[in-house]
Design a protein around this ligand. Structure first.
Ligand SMILES: NC(=O)c1ccc[n+]([C@@H]2O[C@H](COP(=O)([O-])OP(=O)(O)OC[C@H]3O[C@@H](n4cnc5c(N)ncnc54)[C@H](O)[C@@H]3O)[C@@H](O)[C@H]2O)c1
Length: 441
């Protein structure tokens, strides 16, 4: 663990202004750096220039306005313009999965090329996107090829560990900062960038840094699949997974986080990162069977709520099913790989009449599912009116505070499928619900 350097402001360009790029850019401005956030989505940049947020992330809009006002935060749709006036260029573009599970690095390559073509002196190119080990070497090779004047540069790996919904806190007060570097000069600049952030700093080589990210996400995914596998056993023998998780988690060697049973992990990171890690290992001649199982358990876990629904309502055809929660987790509008997408599609396949509600993700859901005659959107209480079942798929705080007595009175059949173990089974049963949680009876 190293000590960080002086905190003099650094000129930073962030290429890719999505969840990670925007949070990083806005937070870097907040800690005193001069930041240009770049994106090739012109509409997004137009919106941002007007001070409008293209994503939902608690607290980010305030910091955006504050740092635009103090002049430390700017936006551009041009890498060509941003690179010459920046010392560090962060690549924060998407790295989606290809159909074979490998990580699609075409956007990382495109940005590396553009940066190389726009250089006017020494630059530190920072890989912020989640990428397989050795990507840094590929970026280096690409920049060398396109940087015709042979200008000096360094490539650094600096993976991001923020969680959507809690991104600002995670960025400004992280558990650790990981930096993979090959030169002292680049290391010093990274020290200056992160000097105002109080967190343990791990400085290592690029490949180690890249691997830390995939290993960390895969380990967290493993914890989730493990507890879900245990939950399925608990359910059959009459045990309670909440108590199991609590007792296991109090063991400091295990830790209580990421031990919540439910409908599994989703989002833009865990599923793709687990797949990419399996693929990367395979390319190195290693069959990462453990992670294959982690992924498989997660895939089947989301459909267990359909079996629970059938168990109560018998045939799903023609039944009115209310769904609360669409985003892959609370406090975000992110629907990438959200279990709700697969679950609602399955309900529609059975010709159910589905009425969904989410506090912020309904517009996004409409774009994904398109027009479906059996799919309606409504506010929470309207969705449950006359329903044969309510399925809780995202544990938004709003749902934990809902008047469940009223919910029960509005439903035709009070079947409650709690995919996130949000409610107390005893209380729900007392209210008259036919309750099914995950890993508890
Ligand atoms: N979302 C998270 O919670 C999270 C957390 C940690 C790490 N990551 C990783 O960070 C990376 C970015 O993830 P994200 O969720 O922010 O993605 P995102 O899809 O929200 O944002 C990516 C942005 O990059 C832009 N882009 C793509 N190609 C570009 C180009 N050539 N020039 C300029 N802009 C370009 C896109 O328009 C988009 O706005 C991924 O590798 C992801 O795995 C994400």
């Amino acid at each position: 663990m190293k000590k960080k350097g002086s905190s003099k402001g650094v000129r930073i360009a962030i290429v890719g202004s999505g969840y990670v790029g925007l949070v990083s850019g806005i937070c870097f401005a907040e800690i005193g750096h001069s930041v240009i956030c770049v994106d090739n989505n012109k509409e997004k940049i137009k919106k941002l220039k007007k001070g409008l947020m293209p994503i939902y992330e608690p607290g980010l809009d305030k910091l955006l306005k504050k740092n635009m006002k103090n002049g430390r935060l700017k936006f551009s749709d041009s890498v060509k313009k941003a690179v010459p006036v920046s010392d560090a260029i962060f690549i924060a573009v998407n790295t989606p999965p290809r159909p074979d599970g490998s990580c699609d690095l075409q956007y990382v390559e495109a940005v590396s090329r553009e940066v190389a073509l726009s250089m006017n002196g020494y630059k530190v190119i920072v890989e912020k996107s989640t990428v397989p080990a050795s990507t840094g070497q590929k970026i280096k090779q690409t920049v060398k090829i396109y940087n015709k004047k042979n200008l000096p540069f360094d490539v650094v790996s600096n993976p991001e560990f923020l969680r959507e919904g809690k991104a600002i806190g995670d960025f400004l007060k992280p558990d650790r900062i990981v930096i993979g570097v090959e030169s002292k000069k680049a290391e010093e600049l990274m020290h200056r960038i992160y000097a105002p952030v109080k967190a343990p700093l791990i400085v290592t080589n690029t490949e180690t840094s890249e691997l830390i990210k995939h290993a960390s996400n895969s380990f967290l995914a493993t914890k989730i699949s493990f507890i879900n596998a245990v939950a399925n056993i608990a359910e059959r023998v009459g045990a309670d997974i909440k108590d199991i998780s609590l007792a296991m988690g109090l063991d400091k060697r295990i830790g209580g986080r990421f031990l919540d049973a439910g409908i599994g992990f989703g989002g833009s990171c865990f599923p793709k990162d687990v797949l990419a890690f399996i693929h990367m290992a395979h390319e190195e001649g290693i069959d990462f069977k453990l992670l294959k199982e982690v992924y498989g358990i997660n895939e089947s876990q989301r459909m267990t709520v359909i079996d629970k629904l059938k168990d109560i309502v018998w045939n799903i055809e023609g039944k009115k099913i209310a769904v609360w929660g669409l985003a892959f987790k609370p406090d975000t509008d992110d629907l990438r790989n959200a279990p709700a997408i697969d679950i609602v599609r399955e309900l529609l396949k059975f010709n159910a009449q589905v009425c969904v509600y989410d506090p912020v993700a309904m517009d996004g859901f409409k774009k994904i599912l398109g027009k479906e005659k059996n799919l309606k959107y409504a506010q929470a209480m309207t969705a449950v009116k006359g329903a044969d079942a309510l399925m809780l798929l995202t544990e938004w705080e709003e749902f934990s505070k809902a008047d469940m007595k009223k919910v029960k009175s509005l439903m035709r059949v009070p079947a409650l499928i709690d995919g996130r173990n949000l409610y107390d089974p005893a209380k729900m049963k007392k209210l008259g619900f036919l309750y099914r949680g995950v890993g508890r009876v």
